[in-house]
Design a protein around this ligand. Structure first.
Ligand SMILES: [Zn+2]
Length: 223
């Protein structure tokens, strides 16, 4: 742990040694800063991914960076780091899965309803090719909600990615429509061909039976 953070932690803890002090803290919130915001971790590093930790003994709060919380290793440090990773990922990719840590965090903070969290969990880890378009569109909407809440600065990149996805879907739909029409035309032509062949066979059969009847009658007339 960097000296600046160690000093700050000890100053705000009840324990007077670092090991006991760490046990007093837990992760309580994470958010990403807006583009024009600036903040420094107690270790002096400029940070954009803010992790709030709270002392459960005296209720004091500190805001530290995502790297420092990992080194600090308090309760929830891993989840905090995973939430940061997920938010960073969603900034540039609208269709990704937010992952379990961010889903749980959003549920705990009531940004997602239990139904929405369940929906996202259901899609997590599923192959993209097995996710239907409606579900993917719903996931994009939920991802947008998460970013709006926790990392609004990432919305611009997110919307570019979302627009790209929708445009690709439009192309896929247009291609599917074109294929369906081509298939229909082909089917109609085949049906017409088959009808014509049936008619011709029927006519041939009739001609043959007329000829047979004529032949049957012929000897009688001769006699
Ligand atoms: Zn730091």
């Amino acid at each position: 742990m960097k000296p600046g953070l160690r000093k700050e932690i000890l100053e705000h803890s009840e324990a007077d040694n670092l090991r006991d002090a760490v046990a007093e803290w837990r992760w309580t919130a994470t958010w990403l800063l807006e583009e024009d915001d600036e903040q420094h971790c107690p270790c002096d590093q400029p940070i954009r991914e803010i992790c709030e930790i709270t002392n459960r003994v005296n209720g004091k709060r500190l805001e530290i960076g995502n790297k420092c919380i990992k080194l600090f290793g308090c309760d929830g440090a891993d989840e905090a780091a995973q939430v940061c990773d997920a938010l960073r990922r969603l900034r540039g990719q609208a269709t990704g899965s937010p992952g379990e840590a961010l889903i749980q965090y959003s549920l705990d903070t009531e940004v997602l309803t239990p139904d929405e969290a369940e929906f996202l969990r259901g899609l997590h880890g599923r192959k993209k090719s097995l996710i239907d378009d409606m579900d993917e569109a719903t996931r994009i909407d939920l991802n947008r909600k998460l970013l709006r809440e926790f990392a609004p600065a990432g919305l611009r990149g997110f919307e570019t990615s979302a627009a790209h996805w929708h445009a690709t879907q439009e192309k896929v739909y247009a291609e599917r429509r074109r294929e369906a029409i081509a298939r229909q035309i082909e089917e109609d032509a085949r049906e017409r061909r088959e009808r014509k062949e049936r008619r011709e066979r029927r006519e041939r059969r009739r001609a043959t039976s007329r000829l047979a009847a004529k032949l049957r009658r012929a000897p009688l007339r001769e006699a």
